[in-house]
Design a protein around this ligand. Structure first.
Ligand code: SAM
Length: 178
């Protein structure tokens, strides 16, 4: 699955997880909305939750009935500071999806629900879309990366087993009600 990041460059470059992914050739950065490919856009303001049903739109391999080739599409995140991450910033072309309840493992927002870095968001999406090994590969570049999968092990496995967004939202309610 191809990982693309619309890179705003308004966050501390030393702590920026998107830049690090690009440095290791694990994601492509795009400096404008126009050059960012169409795909599944990870957007915390989106109305619909990401689910395994989004796999084909994110460029996954076609299941059942397909010819085993990638479908096109891409998984896209927007890297900007949380201070500037208002709804208007996410005017990218694509199918916008919010991640369900998960907690951050990065040192800035450790333990905080939903305040994920770009690499955490991409890794969570990969697990939900059935690409756990790819998620482990990108998180391996961060010394807290493995902790993210450990902290969220149960919810991630449950979301990845859902059929669609409605099921994901119903699983999520168990964590929100705690
Ligand atoms: C706001 S940026 C912050 C990036 C941070 N500066 C870094 O170095 O990684 C994080 C991005 O990850 C994705 N993201 C984070 N939490 C999300 C959520 N709950 N739902 C959907 N996407 C999310 C979005 O694309 C969001 O813009």
């Amino acid at each position: 699955m191809e990982l693309h990041i619309r890179y705003e460059g308004d966050d501390d470059p030393k702590k920026c997880t998107a830049k690090k992914l690009a440095r290791f050739d694990l994601a492509r950065l795009h400096r404008s909305h126009r050059e960012t490919p169409y795909g599944v856009v990870l957007n915390p303001h989106a109305e619909q939750a990401l689910s395994p049903a989004d796999r084909a739109s994110a460029g996954g391999i076609e299941d059942g009935g397909g010819d085993g080739r990638p479908t096109g599409g891409a998984l896209v995140a927007l890297d900007c500071s949380w201070e500037s991450a208002g709804e208007a910033r996410f005017s990218l072309a694509g199918e916008h999806r919010a991640l369900p309840y998960l907690v951050a493992a990065n040192p800035v927002n450790f333990g905080r629900p939903m305040r994920l870095t770009t690499v955490e968001a991409l890794a969570a999406a990969l697990v939900i879309l059935g690409e756990r090994e790819h998620a482990e590969q990108i998180l391996a570049k961060f010394n807290w990366g493995e902790t993210f999968l450990e902290l969220n092990d149960e919810p991630l496995r449950r979301y990845a087993a859902c059929a669609d967004s409605t099921e994901v939202v119903s699983v999520q309610s168990a964590y929100l009600d705690r």
